[in-house]
Design a protein around this ligand. Structure first.
Ligand code: DGP
Length: 137
């Protein structure tokens, strides 16, 4: 199936490209959740970070680091959120790995994210021992 981000990243259809190199392309997100909302995507099709080679993901994060400083400074933003949704349960709607750079201006600028405090539901030692340290690649 044709992937819209493959096509934009490889210049097969036009996008508002902010940055490009051999491995990735950064372009403006159509929705512009906040002014300057940008996506950084690999040129090769990878569904999301859970499928990505760590070296490729590392390169994307290097580019995200540089661009987030450039975009935040040039647009006089006060900060930014960096986000990558992986899987439908995590609200991924385009199934091509992408990292959002969302410049932030104030708490009412269009982007909302909330972290519910569930600390009384879980045991941190149990999570560490049984879930994270037991993980074997
Ligand atoms: P996510 O929910 O994390 O999969 O975010 C997908 C983002 O992609 C969403 O913010 C809107 C954006 N988007 C969807 N289709 C297009 C498109 O054709 N062009 C551009 N530039 N952005 C798109």
């Amino acid at each position: 199936m044709a992937c819209i981000f493959c096509m934009i990243a490889n210049n097969e259809i036009p996008g508002k490209v902010v940055y490009e190199d051999d491995l990735c392309t950064a372009f403006l997100d159509l929705s512009q959740t906040t002014l300057g909302h940008t996506l950084v995507v690999p040129k090769a099709h990878v569904e999301n970070i859970l499928e990505a080679d760590p070296k490729l993901a590392g390169h994307l994060f290097e580019v995200v680091t540089k661009l987030s400083k450039q975009i935040t400074t040039n647009l006089n933003a006060k900060g930014c959120n960096i986000l990558s949704n992986a899987g439908v349960a995590a609200d991924q709607s385009v199934m091509h790995f992408h990292i959002h750079i969302i410049p932030r201006y104030d708490e009412n600028d269009g982007f909302k994210m909330s972290f519910v405090n569930n600390q009384d539901k879980y045991d941190l030692d149990e999570i560490l021992d049984n879930v994270i340290l037991a993980y074997d690649e």
